[in-house]
Design a protein around this ligand. Structure first.
Ligand SMILES: C[S@@+](CC[C@H](N)C(=O)[O-])C[C@H]1O[C@@H](n2cnc3c(N)ncnc32)[C@H](O)[C@@H]1O
Length: 224
């Protein structure tokens, strides 16, 4: 089992990255250890956060996505992915049974019981902007993740999503963003941010813990 776990560790890029950052930065670590409540806009597949939960227990995870369907495209490093972990339909993906399969291969210790899992991990299929518009103003999260979503949207809508999301971050809370910034990735679906636009996004943060450019994308972990 641990072989499968080790071989697939890079399948949890957000989880791994956040774990490394929390590990290196004792202020961040103590903040998220106090409370790790996550809003993940355009989550697609929640494994990252289920995985993170083994090291940094999550008090609440709210995944928001428009689509219920995962189209699984195997990658060259996926050879060892177990058959029963290949995502199919939403019914088997997120609820407790899917979590148990996940736990079988990647889990540490005892799995969460059904109640605990369902009280912690929640998934809603709705447009991210609609979700944020209806979210009561007092509802705050300690970490908001918007990874590979903004460049898929009309810019005005993307900005509205980001600005509304910022209103739902706790004091000292974090926002994790990733979006394309390089023109070569422009396509029918992808509308990369210009350098000026990315600068104006960076200005929205009071403190930046990570700013990285890789594979045409900018990744930021910052505080409001
Ligand atoms: C490229 S995937 C990124 C998935 C994940 N955040 C990650 O980084 O691996 C983009 C996801 O955003 C979802 N999405 C697109 N438009 C959306 C919207 N308006 N509201 C919520 N989710 C949306 C898509 O269904 C898709 O699952």
């Amino acid at each position: 089992m641990s072989e499968i776990r080790e071989a697939n560790i890079n399948k949890f890029p957000i989880g791994n990255k956040l774990m490394a950052l929390f590990n290196q930065n004792s202020t961040l670590e103590s903040f998220i250890k106090k409370d790790l409540s996550i809003l993940d806009l355009g989550f697609y597949e929640p494994s990252n956060f289920i995985y993170l939960n083994y090291t940094y227990p999550i008090s609440e995870y709210m995944g928001i996505d428009l689509k219920e369907e995962i189209i699984y495209i195997p990658r060259p490093d996926d050879i060892v992915i177990p058959e029963d972990l290949v995502p199919g339909t939403v019914e088997e993906k997120f609820p407790f049974n899917r979590y148990l399969v996940f736990h079988k291969y990647y889990g540490m210790g005892e799995p969460l019981n059904k109640n605990k899992f369902e009280n912690t991990f929640k998934f809603i299929y709705i447009d991210a902007l609609n979700y944020l518009t209806e979210l009561p103003s007092h509802k705050k999260f300690s970490l908001i993740v918007i990874r590979d979503l903004l460049h898929l949207l009309d810019r005005r809508k993307a900005t509205e999503i980001l600005d509304k999301a910022l209103q739902h971050i706790k004091t000292d809370g974090l926002i994790y963003l990733q979006f394309y910034i390089e023109e070569q990735y422009r396509s029918k679906k992808i509308n990369p941010y210009s350098l000026e636009e990315s600068e104006s996004i960076l200005m929205k943060f009071s403190k930046i813990h990570l700013k990285e450019i890789s594979n045409g994308k900018m990744t930021i972990l910052g505080e409001k």
